[in-house]
Design a protein around this ligand. Structure first.
Ligand code: AP5
Length: 216
């Protein structure tokens, strides 16, 4: 499958991407994970991105397109991809369209995951993530806790809270989403690629995505 996952911070894009990857082997490409890896590694990209991320603002489009151009040319992307957190602005969506023409592939669908704001706020303050960059399993202290001593159930690494999970950064991320990313819903509707799914169950969302793919 070749899909874009839209949805506010905390809508469950990362969780759903991992379930879809397990379903058919398409690769999850999360710009957030790539950027957090770069910040941790202290690379040039990480140094440029760190401040924007901690404030809950978007990293400049030019940096993101450099990452994505390289990532989508990697051989594993030929199996199919789930774009988690990209595109996030209209210029990114337009550049993605051109990039896919260059790669001679089509996008199957853009999924908008709709979740009420109060649920999102609760999920973001209770999320924890595996600190191992090769794992990054997502946990939630209420719905999917790590081990009692705070370790990842998959790889045993410490499970931590993200740097952009302060109340201030969460509020800013939601504002940024409404202003810059929500307009992509209209963009993909016009492209005839939009499918909206309103559900609080990850399994139900995955079931609906697979059903949509099977109808293509
Ligand atoms: P990014 O990492 O993409 O963050 P985000 O969009 O804010 O999304 P999240 O990862 O917070 O949430 P999610 O929707 O993946 O939810 P999750 O599955 O974890 O980006 C971080 C930053 O990087 C941005 O702010 C920006 O600075 C920069 N950036 C990234 N991409 C960029 C781009 N393209 N352009 C410019 N800048 C960019 O779930 C959340 C919680 O809920 C978890 O605890 C989970 O366990 C729980 N949960 C999920 N589903 C359910 C369920 N069904 N029931 C109960 N709990 C659930």
């Amino acid at each position: 499958m070749r899909i874009v996952l839209l949805g506010a911070p905390g809508a469950g894009k990362g969780t759903i991407s991992k379930l879809l990857t397990a379903y058919d082997g398409s690769v999850q490409i999360s710009t957030g994970d790539i950027l957090r890896g770069a910040v941790k590694a202290g690379s040039d990209l990480g140094k440029k991105a760190k401040g924007y991320m901690e404030r809950g603002e978007l990293v400049p489009d030019s940096l993101i397109m450099e990452i994505m151009e390289a990532r989508l040319h990697e051989p594993d992307a030929k199996k199919g991809f789930i774009l988690d957190g990209f595109p996030r602005t209209i210029p990114q969506a337009e550049d993605l369209k051109k990039l896919l023409v260059k790669l001679a592939v089509n996008l199957d669908v853009a999924i908008d995951i709709e979740v009420p704001r109060e649920v999102i706020l609760d999920r973001l303050t209770t999320r924890r993530t595996c600190a191992n960059p090769d794992c990054q399993e997502i946990y939630n202290v209420k719905s999917k806790p790590p081990s009692p001593d705070g370790k990842c159930l998959k790889c045993g690494s410490p499970v931590v809270q993200r740097a952009d999970e302060t109340e201030e950064a969460i509020t800013q991320r939601l504002e940024t989403y409404n202003e810059k990313t929500a307009p992509l819903i209209g963009y993909y509707r016009k492209e005839g690629l939009l499918k909206t799914i309103s559900s609080l169950s990850s399994d139900e969302i995955v079931r609906q995505i697979i059903k949509t793919m099977n109808q293509k």
